[in-house]
Design a protein around this ligand. Structure first.
Ligand code: 4AD
Ligand code: MG
Length: 466
């Protein structure tokens, strides 16, 4: 007999004489003539109420059906007499597949998120994490849907790489050398990386952008969606050492087209979650962030604000606030500034664009006609309330001479980027792209405040369990 998922059983349009459910016991209540068991199988937030009659031959098995045990129930799907649910299952055959004793850590509700992180192997069985990871799965699908429907091609960019895509140096080394006894260079002073596995120094990628640019220069519209790694030692609620990023790259596109795409993309993901994860979002609205649903609606309704970096600095200077990090033209915007702009000043998502050239990556397109000392690049960051930056992107420098100047400014070696420079030698075109941090988007859509709670197994400084 085929198993029915709880989700489908709860949405049934008619009763059934024979149904098979399999899942885990959330709660059990024993009355005189019956036991009531809530069976959850993760297909949706809700569980199915299962009623086991004390006269059933299998009734003896019920005593082993403790919270956390896995069970299998053959029975009838009938209309529920009690309030709260439309359907319930009256058991005819009741089996405990795997017992769980009273050491099962998810006995009671109300565990702290910190505690649940320590049992990341069991937390998907809680309401909160079940909901988070269903939304994560759905939005991963919606990412592909958004781009595939717009004729973007999905490119698998490498995870092991020899190039620093951001030129920021926050990279994890990948090596098969014996660290205690590495081969030495001829002069005996340094490590001979030519003897390493790949014949050179390699790292985990920080971004698939540069490779995506290669493919955009051939297939026009592409996107990546994969894990990226940053060895920045930032212990914040928004930073992970391993996170997933979506990076579209579009040929024949400028900064405005890029901002339009980013806005449409973010709105698509929110709309999709609202449509396909309604029960889970409602749960977040009740138990995680009571303003969540109103905020998501609000974000969908209004166009995002666009504000140049220079305007943003003026707003911050005139805000009358005292900042931990001083505001001045040329300095990077810090989280406190970003959050002020989006949460207090504009009270809506804001795309800040045209940042000072010196503080942004080497590949960003220099804005024509900016005054010396105030040179900017066609960068954009999308800031949202509660989180700050969720998207970073830019129009790329497609002019060979300007790109070389940018690399010199950031003290990068042209030899390491020869293929990237070639894209500007052969059929170069204006192009643009951005990266959306998938976990930050999930934080925004679920209201969950810590990045560690929207990724199945968080990799942060000092933590790589599971
Ligand atoms: O702004 P970033 O560093 O931009 C890039 O990597 C570009 N190559 C993207 C592109 O233009 N194709 O990162 C992009 C986004 C950020 O806005 C943020 O949402 C997320 O990636 N991100 C992180 N998320 C979690 N933990 C971290 N340590 C993150 N660093 C960046
Ligand atoms: Mg950024």
């Amino acid at each position: 007999m085929q198993r029915t998922l709880v989700k489908d059983a709860l949405n049934a349009t008619a009763s059934s004489n024979a149904i098979l459910l399999q899942g885990w016991v959330r709660t059990r209540r024993d009355a005189k003539a019956f036991s009531f068991i809530e069976l959850n199988d993760g297909s949706c937030l809700k569980g199915m109420q299962v009623i086991v009659d004390a006269t059933l031959p299998d009734y003896g098995n019920v005593a082993q059906a403790n919270t956390g045990a896995s069970i299998e129930v053959h029975g009838k799907l009938v209309e529920s007499k009690g309030g709260g649910q439309k359907w319930e299952v009256v058991a005819e055959k009741f089996t405990v597949l795997g017992e769980a004793d009273n050491t099962y850590p998810l006995q009671k509700k109300g565990h702290s998120l910190e505690f649940l992180r320590e049992i990341a192997h069991l937390r998907p069985r809680s309401n909160l994490f079940g909901a988070v990871f269903r939304v994560r799965s759905r939005l991963a699908y919606a990412v592909h849907q958004f781009f595939q429907e717009r004729s973007f091609h999905y490119v698998h960019t490498p995870i092991v790489t020899a190039s620093d895509a951001e030129g920021a140096g926050d990279m994890f080394r990948v090596t098969s050398l014996d660290l205690a006894n590495p081969p030495k260079t001829a002069d005996g002073k340094g490590v001979d990386n030519a003897q390493d596995f790949f014949g050179k120094k390699t790292f985990l990628t920080v971004s698939g952008q540069l490779e995506a640019e290669i493919f955009a220069s051939a297939l026009s519209n592409v996107y990546t969606f994969g894990p990226t790694f940053r060895a920045e030692n930032s212990n914040t609620s928004r930073h992970a050492a391993e996170f997933w990023m979506i990076e579209p790259e579009v040929a024949f596109c400028d900064l405005n087209g890029n901002m339009d795409l980013a806005e449409a993309f973010v709105k698509h993901l929110i709309r999709d979650a609202k449509e396909h994860c309604a029960a889970d979002l409602e749960f977040f609205g009740k138990f995680v962030d009571k303003d969540l649903l109103a905020r998501l609606d609000f974000v969908l309704e209004k166009p995002f604000v666009r504000c140049s970096y220079t305007e943003a600095v003026t707003i911050l200077e005139q805000s009358g606030k005292t900042w931990e990090h001083p505001v001045a033209w040329g300095a990077n915007l810090q989280a406190e500034h970003e959050r002020f702009l989006t949460e207090e000043h504009f009270k809506c998502p804001v795309t800040v664009y045209n940042y000072p050239r010196a503080i942004k990556a080497f590949y960003m397109r220099q804005t024509d006609g900016t005054a010396e000392g105030r040179e900017t690049v066609a960068a954009m960051d999308l800031l949202v309330p509660g989180i700050g930056e969720i998207i970073g992107g830019s129009q790329r420098e497609e002019r060979l001479d300007k790109l070389r100047a940018g690399m010199a400014l950031h003290q990068l070696n042209e030899k390491d980027y020869w293929w990237y420079l070639d894209l500007r030698r052969y059929g170069t075109v204006p192009h643009a792209g951005f990266g959306l941090g998938f976990e930050r988007m999930l934080m925004f859509v679920t209201g969950v405040a810590n990045i560690r709670d929207v990724i199945p197994f968080a990799r942060t400084p000092g933590t790589a369990d599971f």
